[in-house]
Ligand binder design. Structure first.
Ligand SMILES: C[S@@+](CC[C@H](N)C(=O)[O-])C[C@H]1O[C@@H](n2cnc3c(N)ncnc32)[C@H](O)[C@@H]1O
Length: 287
């Protein structure tokens, strides 16, 4: 974890870590050693909030109490994993991003005979279905393969099913239109009970797989990497390591897409990319 002895923000007057920080470190160490998930370098403020939420939800008093529970009960770990992995997502999230991608990235993809795209931290898949819809409309989906990965297997299972809440379809339709959608959004799904079942053809070229950005290594090379709203939860050294992984995984002139609140600045890789779109955080690897 990012907090170390010597960090005055988390120290007692005697120079020890405050108890809450110590308990949080022990929890993250226990999670790592017992279950193999490494959250030790995630940004502290958001971790702390989420851990406390789980402490209360499990009916214990302290973070140490939560550690005791989860070491002996894997179902507590499953619930904590859902809290810590923060799976919030939506279709055509940030519609202007998709507009910029159509305008600035798709023409580059047209020059390739085949495109490999990695969506890292894809959560329940809404981003992947959005991308597949856009690439289909632009006529390049047939020669693309999308590798969609996440640390959390439970969200990947939902992504594979391709069923999304019906009550979000109005919001997604608005996003789709603002993203420059060319058809009627409802053509892409079948309304069934509470769910919207998306066209199977949209995932014909998608490979869903677990991958942990903190612990797993390079597994292919790509023309495009999308990693949006994931690294915002990592501390700076971890962000830099993941940027190294992306740099190693991207073909020269490949595209890197980050979330609106993320940036290549101060990562040590600024000079390796040119900006295709500064606001939309679209970068092109140049060295
Ligand atoms: C807020 S969601 C973002 C989803 C989507 N990219 C978007 O922008 O809507 C963050 C996702 O990152 C995943 N994640 C968190 N830590 C990860 C890690 N170490 N490796 C891979 N995925 C991770 C979470 O499980 C979650 O699904």
């Amino acid at each position: 974890m990012a907090v170390q002895v010597g960090d005055p923000q988390h120290e007692t007057p005697e120079g020890r870590l405050d108890l809450e920080t110590l308990e949080l470190q022990l929890l993250l160490e226990g999670v790592y050693r017992q279950y193999g998930y490494d959250f030790r370098e995630y940004a502290v403020a958001s971790l702390r909030r989420r851990v406390w939420r789980r402490v209360h939800a499990e009916g214990v008093e302290t973070i140490a109490g939560l550690l005791e529970r989860l070491l002996h009960d894997p179902s507590v770990m499953e619930r904590l994993l859902l809290d810590l992995s923060i799976n919030v997502t939506s279709m055509f999230r940030d519609p202007t991003f998709y507009g910029a991608f159509r305008e600035k990235v798709v023409p580059l993809l047209r020059t390739y005979p085949f495109t490999r795209i990695w969506v890292a931290g894809c959560s329940t898949g809404e981003e992947v279905y959005s991308l597949a819809i856009m690439l289909t409309e632009e006529g390049v989906y047939g020669r693309s393969r999308i590798y969609a990965t996440d640390i959390n297997e439970a969200v990947l299972a939902r992504a594979r099913e391709g069923v999304f809440p019906l009550d979000r379809m109005q919001e997604y339709t608005d996003n789709y239109i603002r993203a420059g959608g060319k058809h009627s959004f409802s053509e892409y799904y079948l309304a069934k009970y509470e769910g919207a079942l998306f066209e199977r053809t949209l995932t014909e070229n998608v490979v869903w797989a677990p991958h942990n950005l903190v612990q797993d290594r390079l597994f292919n090379t790509f023309n495009v990497i999308l990693c949006r709203n994931v690294m915002i939860y990592f501390d700076r050294p971890l962000q830099n390591r993941v940027h190294q992984l992306f740099h190693d995984s991207l073909e020269r002139f490949g595209i890197l897409a980050l979330g609106h609140k993320e940036s290549i600045r101060f990562t040590g890789f600024e000079d390796s990319y040119e900006e295709l779109d500064a606001y939309e955080k679209l970068y092109r690897r140049i060295r």
